[in-house]
Each structure stands twice: as C-alpha cells, then as structure tokens.
Design a protein around this ligand. Structure first.
Ligand code: MG
Length: 401
C-alpha cells in the first residue's frame, strides 16, 4: 500500500446525528449493538481498515455524547487513533454534513468521503473505490442498477409515470468529493432541503460520477434491518470454539490483590512477574486457547524484563484483539475464582465491567463466580489463589483446520 492508497489525502465524515424515527426504540440505530459491537464502531473500524491514514470524524447529536463514547471504546485502536473530536449535527442531515465539513476545514485533505453511520458493511474495496473515483471525477457516488420497476405516484398513491429502469440507479454511501467542491456546494445550499450530498453537488452545477455500489452495503433503517444484519454477521461466525484457562499465584506480604483489573484491599498480595492478576491470566489463556494460539507465557515470556510489573490488562486486551484480527467475536467468558479471602462478591460487578471493557465486549457477556475450597488444600490454607476461565469464541467459517 502506498502512502496515498492509505488515504493520507482523505478525510472521512461519518454522519451519526439522526434520531432514527423510522427505527423505534430508545437508542438510535447507529448506537445499537450488532453482534455485540455498536453499529457506529463497526463502521469506523471498516474505514480505518480501508484508509488507515485518513482523518476520521463523526457528526453526532448533542444528546448522544455518552453513546458515542461507548461506541468509540469498541472501535479498533487504528480507528481511535485517526479520530478527531465529534462535530455536532443540525436540524437536518444536510445541516449535519455542513457542520461536519466546517469542523474538518483545518484537516486540509483533498478528498472527503461522507458516509452514513448506519451502513456498517461498507467493504474495503468500496471505500477505496470511492476515494479513487473522487480523485478522478471530483464528485462520485456508489450506485446500483435498479431491478424492481419503479413508479412515480401522486399524492393519492396513484401511478403517474413509469420511468425507464435502465436510466435509474439506487445510490448508497460513501459519497466522495473534492473537499473544497463539497464544502462550497453545501454553503451555497444551506437552508434548502436536498436528499443527499450528491444532490448538493448537483445543485451547484457539478457533474457527479457513479461507480459500482455493493448490494452488501445495506443501510440499517428498521428493526428488521438490524435483525437481518445480525443474522448475516453471526451467520458467518459458525466456527464456535471453547477455550479454557487455569492459573495459580501464591500470596506474599502486601496490601492488595489485583483481580480482573480491580485492586482489592487485603493483608497480602499475589506474587508474580507482572501484577500477578490471576483472573486476567486465566481469561487470557482461555481466549488464546479458543484460538489454538499458544498461551500467555508464549506471547509474553516471564523472562522478558519488559513485562515486569506490567498491568495484565495488556495481555487480555492483546488476546481479545487476536480474536478480532481473525474476524471473530467473543461470545462469552465465564470464570471462577477460588479463595478463602479476600471476598470477591462485593467486587464482582466492578470486575465484570473492567474485564468487559478490556476485551471491548458488553458486560452481559462476562460472568464471574467465586468459591472457597472449604479450607482444604493450598487455597484453603490461604497460601495462594486459583482462577479458572472458559471463553466461547465464534470465528468465521473456513478457518484453518
Ligand atoms: Mg499467572
């Protein structure tokens, strides 16, 4: 990939300010979970993968700041690194895009791609094609030949005309433009209601090129669309694997135990090369086990001084990223801690939250249980702690045998 192929000349504006009135429910569709990941997060991750050097920005509704932050936490690290702070949308989509463009002025990129947050399936090929077409033509949009016959109707729903299908295209996003062209067209069109960014460019007298769209690039508009998208995503992840992890650390003098990334006050600490977070180590091994991808020691050798005192969240986040790099998802993590003391129960929900955040999955997919060993054995004598974990991971069909 050359520097320009990577999108260094481009910025991407994701429009996520809509309230989703056609969708129903409380949460706007772009923030709903799709196979465990917010729709907006999937969209951003797709653009960062296609154009790693492009500047990303999202236009949001001012009421959605918290939803936005949650979605951003679930994007790839690459997407987060490319993101500018969000711009706030206006009364219409057109106002929102114009606000977004104004917020990007200082990015001084030649090309801008405008994309609906609710289209999470834009492929790398489609995104790259949009940028290339804008470079060649100044204004370019993806379009699909219309297969259904289309009718023009009057206010009563009666047919008034049957346009020739051959001359019609159904258009999608990303729509891509020379940045200055689109910004000045939007400024000129402010106050008028146009249906998409191409119409804004057309109204300023620009010729808009159509390149081949992608039928898979669906827009999530209704609750049924979300179900369909969910079915499509999980339908691909049919290779279900279960991994297990087991870890033991001994106690030594200290004042707290790190468990699942949460410090629990205690009259001892766990001994180990890193922060000795026995629970995170077990969960990390369960994830690596589900991938048949070695164990925590093979990825982070205790002999390597850089992991001395390291926060174990680094290991767990790494293992979760390995799942996503394989195109998979973490369906569920279940773990058990064995100890007489400290009591884990009061910290259970804090630990679940912390583990879920580290793995970038919803907290409802993380279970933590605690038990004693009835004073038997080394855990019963409070010489150390045990953690056991099971991870269920779904991978795309066709993974290596
Ligand atoms: Mg360990």
């Amino acid at each position: 990939m050359t520097a320009s192929d990577a999108g260094a000349d481009s910025c991407v504006l994701i429009v996520a300010a809509g309230r989703g009135s056609r969708f129903g429910g409380e949460t706007p569709k772009q923030y709903r979970l799709l196979a465990g990941v917010p729709v907006l997060a999937r969209t951003l991750t797709a653009f960062a993968a296609a154009l790693p050097d492009a500047a990303l920005s999202v236009v949001i509704h001012p009421d959605d700041l918290e939803l936005y932050q949650t979605a951003i936490a679930a994007t790839s690290d690459a997407a987060r690194a490319s993101l500018s702070p969000p711009a706030f949308g206006g009364a219409t989509r057109q106002d929102s895009v114009r606000n977004g463009l104004e917020s990007l002025i200082r990015k001084t990129r030649k090309i801008v791609l405008v994309h609906d947050a609710a289209r999470p399936f834009a492929s790398i090929e489609l995104i790259k094609a949009a940028r290339a077409a804008a470079l060649a033509h100044g204004a370019a949009i993806p379009g699909l030949a219309v297969t259904d016959t289309i009718k023009s109707v009057d206010a009563d729903g009666a047919v008034v005309a049957t346009p020739d299908r051959a001359g019609l295209r159904a258009v999608q996003t990303p729509q891509a433009f020379d940045f200055d062209l689109l910004l000045s067209a939007h400024r000129a069109a402010a106050g008028r209601e146009l249906t998409d960014d191409a119409a804004v460019a057309e109204s300023a007298g620009h010729r808009v090129h159509i390149f081949q769209g992608d039928p898979a690039n669906m827009k999530i508009t209704t609750a049924g669309d979300l179900t369909e998208a969910e079915r499509r995503l999980s339908g691909d992840l049919t290779d279900v694997r279960v991994g297990q992890g087991f870890d033991v650390h001994a106690f030594e003098p200290g004042d707290k135990v790190w468990l699942g990334g949460v410090p629990i006050p205690h009259d001892r600490k766990l001994e180990g090369h890193s922060d000795a977070d026995v629970l995170m180590h077990a969960v990390t091994d369960a994830l690596l086990g589900a991938l048949a991808d070695g164990d925590i020691g093979s990825h982070f050798p205790p002999s390597d001084p850089q992991w001395k005192g390291a926060a174990s969240s680094i290991f767990l986040a790494y293992a979760a990223d390995r799942v996503r790099q394989r195109g998979g998802m973490i369906a569920h993590v279940d773990a058990t801690v064995v100890a007489e003391r400290p009591k884990v129960g009061p910290y259970r929900d804090a630990i679940r939250e912390r583990l879920a955040k580290t793995m970038k999955i919803p907290v409802g997919r993380v279970a933590i249980k605690a038990t004693t060993s009835e004073r038997l054995g080394f855990t019963g004598r409070e010489e150390g702690m045990v953690a056991m974990a099971t991870a269920t991971v779904r991978l795309p069909a066709g993974e290596p045998e």
